[in-house]
Design a binder for this molecule. Structure first.
Ligand code: HSE
Length: 317
């Protein structure tokens, strides 16, 4: 028995990336005004019981401290069960991105739980093998197993989920000078509700448009073809229905494209909106365009100008 504490971090992410509903996502490098990375920080240590316990949650009200209902501990528990570990673990959780933001809050929480448990146990699994454990946490949060946020939070970079049911996840290259600008209006959208809004079917004609754009986006990323990335950021599935939930969405999209963004779309299930930009200068102009649009509202909006996080989850000590 040891009381050695470890601490891990799992970054925030942006899923869907316009056309890749439940299949595309990337990790972000953004920082809070106080200099913390956006995502989940989790401390973990063996306790003297054979139970999982959550000692403290900072940065989000209303998250359950019951370990069977919290995504961090559910993910950790999935790993402990897989190795037959009976010792209990205590957790301190600190979140710098709120649930219901569109920035993958439940996924970074789940990834941090699985990653922390793996570190504490002396790494019985490779990082990529942690996907299904983190997926168990994500499933609890959104009632559906999808890896488009989980995979990039764990692995870093840009992920393509070829199959959610087979946990077949690929990492693809992306351009060096790709910047991401995010506007996060401070309203909450629950992923499970945003999913229900979509219904269960899509027309063949829309599906054909979507297939073409997914292929174009993946090719554009892999070959650093900014123009191809931009014209592939078209979504026939989620954006038409979900944009009504996001204040000033159409105006923000129009203004950021006019200011030079390569593409603008909903981050995950929203309400955060993101734009891709080529280079930091362009990202600054796009950020200013967002600020102008939201200045006309009473909303509190957080802004980030950032790059893709290449590393994913990591141990801090
Ligand atoms: N792919 C998920 C969705 C991401 O759009 O519902 C949730 O952030």
């Amino acid at each position: 028995m040891t009381d050695k504490k470890i601490k891990v971090f799992a970054p925030a992410t942006i899923a869907n990336v316009a056309c890749g509903f439940d299949t595309l996502g990337f990790a972000i490098q953004a920082q809070t005004a106080g200099g913390l990375w956006l995502g989940d920080y989790v401390e973990a240590w063996f306790n003297t019981t054979n139970q999982l316990q959550i000692e403290r949650i900072n940065g989000a009200d209303m998250l359950p401290t019951n370990p069977t209902l919290n995504v961090t501990t559910v993910a950790a528990n999935a790993l402990l069960e897989a190795v037959g570990e009976k010792r209990g673990i205590s957790f301190n959780i600190a979140k710098t991105v709120k649930p219901g933001s569109g920035l993958g809050s439940s996924s970074s929480a789940a990834v941090a739980g699985a990653f922390a448990a793996n570190e504490l146990l002396g790494r019985p699994f490779t990082t990529k093998q942690l996907l299904p454990f983190a997926g168990a946490g994500e499933q609890l949060a959104s009632n559906q197993l999808h890896y488009d946020n989980v995979a990039p939070s764990l692995l870093g970079g840009f992920s393509v989920v070829r199959s959610n049911s087979e946990t077949d996840v690929l990492s693809i290259p992306y351009p060096d000078d790709l910047w991401v600008v995010i506007a996060h209006p401070q309203v909450e959208i629950k992923t499970s509700e945003a999913k229900r809004l979509l219904g269960r079917t899509m027309s063949i004609s829309n599906a054909v448009i979507q297939f073409g754009n997914i292929a174009g986006l993946v090719l554009g990323m892999s070959t650093s073809n900014y123009e191809l990335i931009g014209r592939s950021m078209v979504d026939m599935l989620a954006e038409p229905k979900r944009k009504a939930l996001i204040p000033l969405y159409d105006k923000a999209k129009q203004a950021t494209l006019h200011a030079g963004a390569i593409g603008t779309n909903i981050a995950g299930s929203g309400p955060a909106i993101f734009s891709f930009c080529q280079g930091e200068h362009s990202a600054g102009q796009v950020l200013a365009a967002y600020q102008t649009v939201f200045a006309s509202s009473q909303l509190h909006v957080k802004y980030y100008k950032t790059n893709i996080n290449a590393q994913g989850a990591k141990r801090l000590y």
